[in-house]
Design a protein around this ligand. Structure first.
Ligand code: TYD
Length: 223
């Protein structure tokens, strides 16, 4: 591999994407790769400071455009300092949220519109869209139940309300329709191992095209 591979995980809060990302990471390590895991917002010094700012409930209401640009600024740091260098070195980069989170949360949830948020993000990412995006899809009821069971205090975005999350769900569905070759929808309602198998099946063509093969079944990997 000479150009690396950028795979992102997406979905509403509580969908289980982080668990699935970690499982794929372990599978890739078992296959002899050294994937780099990056989370957004965050991932760099400036990015973590921006994460704190944008997620802290104490920040209160901010203008939707400001919010979109804070996420985009965190992303720009990540792309310039972490993601592009890793891809240039031929690595597989696994991201816990990326451009599509902004398209869904700020474009849809905050009603800025997918196109306008995409424009800002083409600047932030230097046009580097993912090679594949796994959308871990769950119903609003499943997501709310999983979030409620963590016992963590909700962050500023998680407190945005039902109407906001209905719009985020709808925007993610729109992204599947709009980018069918890139955004791969996986049903996230099933048990973790079953979802992991579906994730691998969805990614198989992209991995194979990059010369990456995973041995045996995902069910053998511990969570
Ligand atoms: P996440 O890291 O998934 O939250 P947690 O660590 O609590 O699992 O994401 C933080 C929140 O930020 C989440 O509610 C989604 C939101 N978000 C956006 O609204 N836009 C974005 O571009 C990104 C990356 C995240």
């Amino acid at each position: 591999m000479t150009t690396g591979l950028l795979i992102t995980f997406e979905g509403v809060d509580g969908c289980g994407k982080t668990t699935q990302l970690r499982r794929l990471e372990q599978r890739l390590i078992a296959a002899g790769h050294a994937p780099l895991v990056v989370r957004e917002p965050g991932g760099t010094g400036v990015g973590e400071a921006l994460r704190e700012l944008v997620l802290a409930p104490e920040t209160g209401d901010i203008d939707p455009a400001t919010e979109a640009l804070i996420y985009a600024a965190s992303r720009a740091e990540n792309v310039a300092r972490v993601i592009e260098p890793a891809l240039a070195a031929g690595r597989i980069v696994l991201m816990d949220r990326y451009v599509d989170s902004s398209l869904a949360y700020q474009g849809g949830g905050r009603e800025l519109g997918i196109d306008r948020v995409l424009e800002a993000n083409l600047l932030a990412t230097r046009g580097r869209l993912p090679d594949a995006t796994v959308l871990v899809a769950v119903t609003p009821a499943v997501a709310a139940a999983r979030l409620g069971s963590t016992g963590d205090d909700p962050d500023r975005l998680e407190s945005a309300g039902d109407a906001f999350f209905t719009r985020v769900h709808a925007a993610y569905a729109e992204l599947v329709a709009r980018f069918p070759d890139r955004v791969l929808r996986v049903d996230g309602a099933a048990a973790v191992a079953e979802v992991a198998r579906a994730v691998e099946a969805a990614l198989e063509p992209v991995l194979a095209a990059a010369g990456v093969t995973l041995a045996a079944a995902a069910a053998e990997v511990r969570a």
